[in-house]
Design a protein around this ligand. Sequence first.
Ligand code: IPE
Ligand code: IPE
Ligand code: MG
Length: 238
Amino acid sequence: MDLSVQKDKLPVHVGFIMDGNGRWAKKRGLPRSLGHKEGAAVFKKIADYCLDLGIKYITFYAFSTENWKRPADEVNAIMDLFDAYLDDVGKYAAKKTRIVFLGDKAPFRKSIRDKMIDIENKTRDFDAMTLMLAMNYGGRDDIVRAAKKAVQLASEGYLKPEDITEDMFSKLLYTEGMPDVDLVIRPSGEYRLSNFLIWQCAYAEYYFSDVLWPDFKTADLDKALEEYASRNRRFGGV
Ligand code: IPE
Ligand code: IPE
Ligand code: MG
């Protein structure tokens, strides 16, 4: 770890859009599922590196609300990976990392859902780092769900229109209590958010790279952090 970025210039919350697994496999004549497997290994390496660097919040986009429309065999392969990965997650608990899942758990198979709930419960009080896994996550779904909660509270008499502020509304999102995203990293040469944390990224900095996610190295993260440290964030001021 020889990162030249000063600690106070590190982002508090980094979001990773793990894209390019399929193209990585295709380039090698492998099935797309092997690209996802390699991508999952890279995810673990990068999450560990973030903990070493002292980054407090990291979010990985693992599966979007739109990804269900992929062919059934690919979706199944991804679900099998989730099932296997969630068994392995105990080592993060040992590192005192809190793990939170963003997205509706209902559409997942029971074995996955049970593990997600168990992991969230077991790591709830850990604070070395918070690792969020966006699984069946969509930014629009997040906002619509929050709006439904607000309407529900209002209909029960707990909420008036004037009570709704940006802060209050943020607390109804899946990321309840987490800081906004400071830096979004998207590899694979695509320049879009693809429905990732659209509310939470309102003032994020963006770092795009042509590297495919399974090829993403700690040195690529160093580069993104160095670039982030040199940016001038104004938040609408001067
Ligand atoms: C990202 O890799 C993983 C998921 C969306 C689940 P892709 O599967 O989108 O890889 P490409 O974009 O087809 O290369
Ligand atoms: C975004 O990647 C979702 C995840 C990385 C989980 P996609 O591959 O689904 O995004 P698009 O289709 O290129 O926008
Ligand atoms: Mg993709």
